[in-house]
Design a protein around this ligand. Sequence first.
Ligand SMILES: Cc1cc2nc3c(=O)[nH]c(=O)nc-3n(C[C@H](O)[C@H](O)[C@H](O)COP(=O)(O)OP(=O)(O)OC[C@H]3O[C@@H](n4cnc5c(N)ncnc54)[C@H](O)[C@@H]3O)c2cc1C
Length: 294
Amino acid sequence: MNPRQLVAAQQKIAAACGTHIIQDVVTAIEQRGTRKGREVGDGDAGHAEVQEGEGSRDGGLKVVRYRAGEGGGGGVGEGEGEQDEGVGGDETNFRISLSGGRTVFAHKIVVAPGAYLNLSNILKNVVNGGVGGGGVVFDLALAGQTVAFVEVSAASADLLKEMPCIITSYASGELDGTYILPPVLYPDGLHYIKIGHHNKFERELKTKEEVEEWYRTGEGDPEAVKELALFLSQILPDIEQLNVFGGCCVTANTPDKAAPLVLKVCEGVVVAAGGCGYAAKSCDEIGRIAAQLL
Ligand SMILES: Cc1cc2nc3c(=O)[nH]c(=O)nc-3n(C[C@H](O)[C@H](O)[C@H](O)COP(=O)(O)OP(=O)(O)OC[C@H]3O[C@@H](n4cnc5c(N)ncnc54)[C@H](O)[C@@H]3O)c2cc1C
């Protein structure tokens, strides 16, 4: 499956159902008063409290109790020339700031920023807690993963045109398993077989800087690339490897990769993240559950 085509199809369906899609980066989410004509001031905004509970690592979020802000106070000012979108105006609960300068108002939000959920601390104005009280920390571990792109000739690609996507689950060399895509024609006009690993060669990434450096370098772990190309040559011995290079990605993992994180963190806010490297195939259902939790 081509993930870009999947997202494009989902966006087309959403637009046909009346969804207005805005391509922008969310820089802040703030809670507002819910009574018409009054907004809670910045200093005493309504908030949710993080409580300790079971099943969490490193004091991360377990249970969240919502408490509305008290008192009135200065409203949240709207900058001149700001374009406001969304539903309900003053009656909405959340104000979402976008990097392009726009503001969106919403009654309910699903927050799904992938690996950036903790790194961007995007809910810090909505849910208190976390390290130093600076926002909530969700129980997610980030893993850098490596993929190898193995170039094959057009003739080899034709030979392998019936090849299915393959997952191997046995140890071989330094690998504990692989996933392999059949040859795909890339925009550079060349055919590549993409092969990635399982848990072995995962690299824990803890900070935003580490994640950004991992992406900036963009080549993954050279040792993993070598092992992956070697493995491919063993299962496809007659296919000449014209060129090999590495790529990388980051997966967001919940404890034991048991299930994605789909959590109502306070009234009107659901978080959906922690796909554990498996969520693309289930994204429609994960999204449906997240929406229903609202
Ligand atoms: C190499 C690789 C191969 C994979 N293969 C498979 C597979 O074969 N099958 C499968 O099921 N899964 C696969 N996965 C896993 C799957 O891609 C993920 O589980 C899934 O994409 C996670 O979805 P998500 O919505 O949680 O996060 P993402 O897909 O990462 O989406 C999060 C989005 O939020 C955006 N964002 C972040 N911060 C902000 C912000 N502040 N404002 C606005 N937008 C923001 C990001 O740009 C991104 O577009 C693979 C992953 C990788 C890396």
